[in-house]
Each structure stands twice: as structure tokens, then as C-alpha cells.
Design a protein. Structure first.
Length: 166
């Protein structure tokens, strides 16, 4: 069942966004042998872009928010490295995913209010308002009476709405 969910997620997300690498049609993608480098990288890049747009999890009923989705993408990049061991792009993407995994783990921790707030500010200052909101909302859960967090949430929502229309 898990394999079916994984495969359907990969197929549904594989070409939802433009690719930095060679873009191929869905039919061309289907015709590629299962373990080719191009297919693996195209799928992994598409899923990573999808994750940046909207975090997802392979098993929605699992309490670990988005870690399984990230681990699945990381596994695809690792498979690409098996095909081409010197691929710097795959190595860089694995490093990026490791950082995203640290972010998800930080969101799940109970005692690091300042770190969560700091990470929210990091994303806010770079214009990633959706990601900032996730951290600000978690900080709000850790400290519900903080007016500073409420202001940051409102400002993030406002900017997210403003820039999502453009």
C-alpha cells in the first residue's frame, strides 16, 4: 500500500512545475526505463519544487508532518548518485533536503521557541512567507500569549496574500 501511495504521489507531482533540467512530457517520462538518471532527477526535482510550494507527506495519517516526503525525495537523489556518482547537482540537493529535514524536526520539538521564531524570521526576510508562517504558527503554539508573534503572523499573511496575486 505504501508503495502504491508513493508511486501515485510521484506520478501526480512529476510534472506540475517547470524543470531546471531537461523538461520532458509525461508520455516521454513514462517511456523512460525505470532507473534512468534523467527520470530519477526529473522526478526528484519536480517533487522538491512541489514541496517548496506546499509541504507534503507520503502518509498523511502519520504525525511526522513532512519528513517522509523529504526522505522520499532524498532517496531519489541518492539513487541518482548511484547512476552518476559525481553529480554536483544531486549532492547539493541532498544538502538542501538535509537542511529542510532539520527545519521539520525543529518544528516538532517542544522547547526551542527562540530557534523556531528565528527560523521564521529567516524565511520571512527572504520572502518565503508561507514557510515563515509555518514557523510563526509553531512559535505561537509554544508561546500563545506573545503579541510579537501575532504581529508577525498577520504581516506574513498580508504579504503572502499580496505576492500570491502577482
Amino acid at each position: 500500500m505504501k508503495f502504491y501511495i508513493l508511486c501515485s504521489l510521484i506520478l501526480s507531482c512529476a510534472f506540475s512545475f517547470a524543470q531546471d533540467k531537461t523538461t520532458i512530457s509525461y508520455r516521454e517520462w513514462q517511456d523512460l526505463p525505470q532507473d534512468t538518471y534523467v527520470r530519477i532527477m526529473t522526478t526528484a526535482d519536480s517533487l522538491l519544487k512541489e514541496y517548496h510550494y506546499q509541504a507534503f507527506n507520503v502518509e498523511m495519517q502519520d504525525g511526522n508532518c513532512c519528513l517522509k516526503g523529504l526522505l522520499m525525495i532524498k532517496e531519489l537523489y541518492n539513487r541518482a548518485l548511484i547512476e552518476q556518482p559525481e553529480d554536483e547537482d544531486a549532492k547539493n540537493k541532498i544538502t538542501e533536503i538535509d537542511n529542510l529535514i532539520k527545519d521539520e524536526e525543529l518544528l516538532q520539538e517542544e522547547k526551542h521557541f527562540e530557534k523556531v521564531l528565528e527560523r521564521g524570521d529567516y524565511y520571512f526576510n527572504r520572502g518565503y512567507y508561507e514557510k515563515a508562517l509555518r514557523f510563526y504558527k509553531r512559535a505561537q503554539e509554544l508561546s500563545p500569549s506573545s503579541r510579537e508573534i501575532n504581529k508577525k503572523i498577520k504581516k506574513s499573511k498580508k504579504l503572502k496574500k499580496k505576492y500570491s496575486k502577482t
